[in-house]
Design a binder for this molecule. Structure first.
Ligand SMILES: Nc1ncnc2c1ncn2[C@@H]1O[C@H](COP(=O)(O)OP(=O)(O)OP(=O)(O)O)[C@@H](O)[C@H]1O
Length: 268
């Protein structure tokens, strides 16, 4: 992205964003609600058009693509959402299969309408996310963490090269969050996926991403590898992405904790 800007009327949702993500990189977009994370991810998937600047994905300048070319490019990009976006009344397997719809012609009605090799692939992806046993269950009978794993399996049906995840664990409990984030990272490393994942929790971002890009009011205020970040730097990250009183309260609390354990500020 070069000089990427997006306005919604008077509001600048993104301002002069310059970002280059290398293939295979696992990047966290960190920022509070409203900082522009979703808007940025939607630009990468070609769902929004920039008000200014340029964006290229997988070597293609999005502004130059025809509708068909954009659809083809989007089929190489998987997207996982905060609310999973499954069809609750369908089976888990059928939800996963819908990930292949872009590659098929015409609508599909029921499991029987999908080619056998796709069903085999879908079952393979369900196995990968640890939910093979739930394949024929209705999606709305699963827990939140399980539903997000189904959504990941659905994204894998596209054989994506890029995986976008928009606050994938925001509605999950800490244990399920940990499982889902670990799974995304393992799959990304296995398959050499490039990942852009938005999060609002600094501690989760630090333990998970290779690199953190911090957004505040649509501007990049931080871009740093996570490797070897010190506690002092962690606190600085909080300071940069935080804007609300409750966030600053969280910072003071953490500072107190860190002061008790490591006043010199060793590795986090
Ligand atoms: N389609 C739209 N029309 C008008 N304003 C929008 C639109 N989409 C986003 N915005 C505004 O742009 C700003 C950035 O929103 P965005 O959803 O990208 O933030 P975010 O960091 O992803 O926050 P959240 O985690 O709450 O989704 C917000 O002020 C939001 O209200």
């Amino acid at each position: 992205m070069r000089g990427l800007g997006k306005r919604f009327g008077e509001l600048a949702a993104l301002s002069d964003v310059n970002l280059e993500v290398r293939r295979g990189e696992i990047v966290v977009l960190l920022g509070l609600s409203g900082s522009g994370k979703s808007t940025l991810l939607r630009h990468v998937d070609g769902l929004e058009q920039p008000s200014s600047g340029e964006i290229s994905v997988l070597g293609r300048d999005l502004a130059q693509l025809t509708g068909r070319e954009l659809r083809r490019l989007r089929s190489r990009i998987g997207f996982v959402f905060q609310q999973f976006e499954l069809v609750g009344s369908l089976s888990v397997l059928e939800n996963v299969l819908t990930g292949a719809l872009a590659a098929l012609r015409g609508p599909r009605l029921g499991l029987i309408s999908y080619p056998r090799e796709l069903k085999r692939a879908a079952l393979g992806h369900l196995d990968r996310v640890g939910l093979l046993n739930a394949a024929y269950q209705r999606a709305d009978t699963l827990s939140g963490g399980q539903q997000q794993r189904v959504a990941i399996a659905r994204a894998l049906m596209q054989n994506p090269e890029v995986l976008l995840a928009d606050e994938p664990v925001a509605s999950l409990d800490p244990e399920s969050s940990e499982q889902v984030m670990t799974l995304i990272r393992e799959i990304a490393l296995d398959q050499g996926l490039t990942v852009l994942c938005s999060l609002h929790q600094v501690d989760l971002a630090l333990g998970w991403g290779d690199r953190i890009v911090g957004l505040r009011h649509g501007e990049v205020v931080l871009d740093t590898p996570t490797d070897g970040l010190s506690k002092a730097q962690v606190m600085e990250i909080y300071g940069r992405v935080a804007t609300t009183t409750s966030e600053f309260r969280a910072i003071s609390e953490l500072e107190r904790q860190f002061a008790g354990t490591d006043a010199a500020g060793g590795p986090a």
